[in-house]
Design a protein around this ligand. Structure first.
Ligand SMILES: NC(=O)c1ccc[n+]([C@@H]2O[C@H](COP(=O)([O-])OP(=O)(O)OC[C@H]3O[C@@H](n4cnc5c(N)ncnc54)[C@H](O)[C@@H]3O)[C@@H](O)[C@H]2O)c1
Length: 417
């Protein structure tokens, strides 16, 4: 998405007396309402996504915007949303928001990266068992009137080896549950990770591929993980092993996997993510993996459960409400991280500025000119912006804010309390 680095037209103060308005789009789970209600925020909920023009019309007066994956928050939307303080993505991905444009305009964007971890791990466990018993094929046969009662190539998972590639949030959950089923769990990660239970780290991907009966991929999408599993890696896998991918579609070379399933080198696969996925449920979907033996195909639903939606509602409403009431940006995907606990009897000003030398000197001069005492001050920066929280003992916050807003380096300044 394109971005423009332009000075903000945002209002320079946001008095605490003004009620905070929240707009939630796309049927966000009602668990999000609890925290907003507790804070006394005014919430408007709408069921659908909004196009760019309609979103621009809806945003005046809105301080916090909650979206899921279908609403695009473009640079143009951000330019035309002077009251918008923060965007909460009630989902995992954030590429529907122009994160760079939001950063330059002083708008932190939050998401819920781990609320669906358990949902993915549980699906992987289910699919390991379904692959071991060839249940996808048996079910399809019975649906079409074919009765094929057989034990050939059907196994228990107890005592089998699971190889987890990417031992992060999902990989670790999966390792713990798999061990409870009596599986031996090996993992490979590029970072040193503390093993859970009796899970065991292996130094190379090939060492894991050579030993595992089931290989489950849980890496992020990075240049290094693109085509991580291709013909060479599949050649290292044991004959009859099964591959599971619910991470990102670009991690597996689909043509190589399809060939290995056709030749019988691999015994099965469960695939939830694809290099190219339809943008809506109305579109047809084709993959080379369709109709191959013992292959379970799902439409990117690894994290899609009602529990995960509820957890996302809690998590994101909490982070954006916390930002609104304290200025904390912990968990923001596009912003310097600052979290200063509120202190009784102080007055707080938040400032986002261009990251150039001398800003802190200018700000402190303003406070000192007003004979005020800084109680706490925290600054964090990235390559382009600085984010500053100042707590002062004297009630000069409005005047401090007005003067900081007049600095050439100012992007956005507001009084919190
Ligand atoms: N299918 C779904 O619906 C669904 C839902 C949630 C998450 N996901 C995807 O699952 C993946 C994992 O999510 P997570 O929350 O566990 O992420 P995470 O960041 O907690 O863990 C990822 C792990 O992969 C490791 N890693 C990175 N590059 C690696 C490499 N080249 N080789 C080995 N390890 C590597 C990291 O060090 C980290 O430990 C992500 O790609 C995420 O997008 C999919």
């Amino acid at each position: 998405m394109s971005t423009a680095e332009s000075p903000s037209t945002a209002p320079q103060t946001h008095p605490a007396q003004e009620p905070v308005k929240v707009l939630l789009l796309e049927n966000i789970h009602k668990s999000a309402l609890k925290r907003f209600d507790e804070e006394g925020f005014q919430v408007e909920m709408r069921s659908g996504a909004l196009g760019e023009d309609d979103l621009i019309k809806a945003l005046p007066g809105v301080h916090l915007l909650g979206i899921r994956s279908k609403t695009r928050v473009t640079a143009r939307v951000l330019e035309n949303a002077p009251d918008l303080l923060s965007v909460g993505c009630f989902c995992i991905g954030t590429n529907q928001v122009d994160l760079v444009a939001a950063n330059r305009r002083g708008v932190p964007v939050f998401n819920a990266p781990f609320s669906n971890t358990r949902s993915v791990a549980e699906l992987m466990i289910a699919e390991i068992i379904l692959l071991a018993r060839q249940i996808g094929d048996r079910s399809r046969e019975v649906h079409t009137g074919v009765w094929k009662k057989t034990a050939t190539h059907c196994h228990e998972v107890r005592g089998k080896t699971l190889g987890v590639v990417g031992y992060g949030h999902i990989g670790q959950q999966l390792g713990v549950i798999a061990e409870a089923l009596g599986m031996r769990v090996l993992y490979h990660d590029i970072m040193a990770k503390l093993p859970m239970g009796n899970n065991r780290a292996l130094p190379t991907l090939n060492a894991l591929l050579e030993q595992a009966d089931f290989i489950s991929l849980h890496v992020p999408e990075t240049p290094e993980t693109r085509d991580l599993i291709g013909p060479d890696q599949i050649a290292h896998m044991k004959k009859g092993a099964c591959l599971l991918n619910a991470s990102r579609g670009t991690v597996v070379v689909i043509s190589a996997l399809a060939e290995a399933l056709r030749t019988g080198h691999l015994g099965g696969a469960a695939i939830d993510v694809y290099p190219e996925e339809p943008e809506s449920n109305d579109q047809q979907f084709h993959t080379e993996l369709q109709n191959l033996p013992n292959v379970i195909l799902t439409p990117h639903i690894g994290g899609s459960t009602e529990e995960a939606q509820e957890a996302i509602g809690y998590e994101v409403s909490h982070t954006i409400a916390h930002f609104e009431t304290s200025g904390a940006t912990t968990g923001a995907v596009n912003f310097p991280r600052v979290d200063l606990p509120p202190r009784r009897g102080t007055h707080r000003v938040l400032n986002v500025h261009r990251n150039v030398p001398g800003v802190l000197r200018d700000v402190n001069q303003i406070v000192s000119d007003l004979d005020a005492n800084i109680n706490s001050q925290v600054l964090a920066t990235d390559a382009h912006i600085g984010y500053l929280i100042i707590d002062m003992e004297q009630n000069v916050a409005m005047e401090v804010s007005r003067r900081i807003a007049a600095l050439k380096t100012n992007i956005r300044t507001r009084v919190l309390y």
